[in-house]
Each structure stands twice: as C-alpha cells, then as structure tokens.
Design a protein. Structure first.
Length: 369
C-alpha cells in the first residue's frame, strides 16, 4: 500500500464520524488493517486490545503474533506500516486499553502516571528500544474499562495529555467506551473529572441498547452528561452498535432502524459525534459498515473546534518509566481473548467472571462488553 497525502483529515467536531474497532477478528474474516483503509468508510480505527496493563499484554488476534526476541511483547511491523497508511488516508488510529477480558488496572496514581510515560514512549512520540508499531505514532488512547476500580485513570489521562501538549504537529485524542447504563459502573467518576474528546457508548448487551429504542434507549442521559458534567463540554458522543447479528448478544438492529435512531439523535442532540461499531470485520461482512457511511454522509455537519490539549496541565518530569516485566501474551490466531493470566494482589484486575470473548460479545454469567 502506497502512502498518499490528499485525503481529508479526521475532524472530531463533526457528527458524521464513523469509528470501528479492529483486531479481535469477531466475524472470523479479519483482513489486514490497511485493507480497511483503502476506502472512506471508517474515520477512526480503534486497535483492540491492550488487554493487560501496567504489565503490557497486547492481543490483535490474527493481525499480529510475533514478539520481540526474548520478550513477550508483540512486535507488529505489518500493522505499523498499515497504521501509517491509514493515517495518510485521513483516518485517526487509536489504541484501546481494557476490554471485556483481561488483567488490567492501577494500584495508585503514581503507577498510572508512570505507565503513561511507558505508553508515550512505546506508542507515541517517545523513544523505547521495543516499540510494538516501530516508528508509527498513534493518534490517541481509548479506555474500554469493563472491570476493576477507577484508581489511576484520571492521573493516566492527565499525564498523557501533558505529553500531547508537547507536540503541536498533530491532534491527539482521549476516548472512552462505556456501556450504556448511566453512570458507567467502572469509569463514571473518571469521566466526570478527566478530559475526553470522544465517548463511544456501547448501546448493546444492556436494557438501554438500540433494540430498546425508543422506550429505554438513553442517549439523552449521555447528552446531559456531555453538556452539564463532562470536563470537555464539547465532547462527542458516538452511538455504539454491533456490526453484525453475531457481534453482540443483544442490541443489533438493521441498517434502516439504525438510520432512524441516528437521524432522531442528530436532530435533537448537538453532542452527537457519529456511530461506532464492534467491529470492522463484522461491519464489513454484514454490509452494515457501508450503510453507516451512507447515512453519515447524508446531512452531517461540523461544529466549532472544542477538542485539543491544554497548556495548563502539569509539566512532565524528566524521569521516564518503562515496563520491565510482562505476562505471557495470549496465543491467538483467529480466536477471541480468554482470561488466562493473573496478576499480583497489588494490581486490580477485571471483575468479569467466566470466559469473556471481547468487547461486543457476552461474557459467561454477565452481559459485559
């Protein structure tokens, strides 16, 4: 895939953006990342997942299975080239931390701040001897936190945004993917006190999903949060939808129903940022992705810029911290993640029970993710 520079860059201030997750091969037909960037369907690609931290555990199913010599950290040169290609096509590429299954969480603000140093060095403009995507620089972080406590996440976000502010050459983003019940069970307090540019609300696997429209569908709650509670009063809320009938245990709706919901929300709420789907492989296989692009292109608009980083954040100290030990990476070809790793008592872990596939699939015994 050759690089190009003529593509229109992603604009977070529009209500016609399409974000979709990539990396877990939900439909069993996942192609290379670059393949999905050859057309204008998606605006944001969310790489799923870093499902273990602060001891980094990455899992991208069949998209990357090689590691650095003597290490368990994934090394993904093909994905690195594709990330740069996708960015050249005007798309934002962000890394999702968390998921419905994994061993993740922070024991303190200090640990979270130090981990932000590691993330900046390994995935953004910093330097590290082991960078999973080589010299590719990501566009942001997505927090898909579906287990554990809220400790450290605000400190992590503040530190990341301090780093963002040091690089004026591009726009960086902070996103979250809460489930639709408001407030979110895991990130509720964090979302009220930290900066977010985009929020991909999972309107599926819950009573407030798309299939409950209009009775229990609760976009209004999230719009109210965006305008009256959120630190960033211009935060953009995305309607999260399953990309296909098998992408979630409940919440999948047809393209025509989704368009009805989208048009209704767009006519009422200025907080709307667009639509999110789990995941790219599902959306492309079902044809829903193409339908979403068409509906987003019809009557969308953009507001005044409201995102960006703040120059008033705390300065970055000169010390950096890198991850020195990592749990084994889940061995995967085209299979979902299962919970196999454990962590010490000092590190909170996901509270999900049973076998959890990924964001978009129901865990045994609950309806998370």
């Amino acid at each position: 895939l050759s690089l190009a520079s003529s593509a229109v860059a992603f604009n977070v201030n529009c209500n016609s953006n399409y974000a979709s997750y990539y990396g877990q091969n939900s439909a069993g037909s996942q192609k290379s990342l670059g393949t999905y960037c050859q057309d204008a369907t998606e605006d944001v690609i969310v790489l799923a997942f870093m499902n273990g931290f602060p001891n980094i555990l990455l899992n991208f199913a069949n998209a990357c299975e090689t590691t650095f010599p003597g290490s368990t950290l994934l090394h993904c040169p093909s994905m690195a080239a594709d990330i740069k290609y996708c960015q050249s096509q005007g798309k934002a590429v962000v890394l999702s931390m968390g998921g419905a299954s994994g061993a993740y969480g922070f024991s303190s603000d200090a640990q979270a701040t130090a981990f932000a140093d590691t993330v900046w060095n390994k995935f953004f403009k910093g330097t590290d001897s082991q960078r999973p995507f080589d010299d590719a620089v990501l566009d942001g972080i997505d927090l898909d936190i579906e287990g554990g406590g809220a400790t450290g996440y605000k400190a992590f976000i503040d530190r990341m945004r301090s780093y963002y502010a040091t690089d004026s050459s591009k726009q960086y983003y902070i996103a979250a993917a809460p489930q639709c019940p408001y407030p979110d069970a895991y990130l509720g307090s964090v979302m009220n006190n930290a900066w977010f540019d985009m929020v991909y609300v999972q309107f599926y696997n819950n009573y407030c999903g798309l299939n409950a429209y209009p009775s229990w569908f609760n976009y209004a709650d999230w719009d109210n949060w965006a305008k009256t509670v959120s630190v960033n009063k211009n935060v953009k809320i995305f309607i999260g939808a399953p990309g296909g009938p098998s992408a979630a245990s409940s919440g999948y709706v047809s393209a025509s129903t989704l368009q009805t919901i989208y048009n209704d929300v767009r006519s009422k709420y200025s907080s709307l940022g667009g639509i999110m789907t789990w995941d790219v492989s599902q959306g492309r296989a079902s044809g829903l992705a193409g339908s979403i692009r068409s509906m987003l292109n019809s009557g969308g608009s953009c507001s005044s810029p409201g995102g960006g980083t703040s120059s008033t954040l705390p300065p970055i100290s000169t010390s950096t911290t890198s991850t020195t030990s990592q749990p084994p990476v889940t061995s995967s070809t085209a299979t979902p993640i299962t919970t196999t790793s454990t962590t010490s008592s000092a590190q909170p872990t996901s509270t999900s029970t049973g076998t959890c596939p990924v964001n978009g699939g129901a865990c045994t015994g609950n309806q998370q993710g």
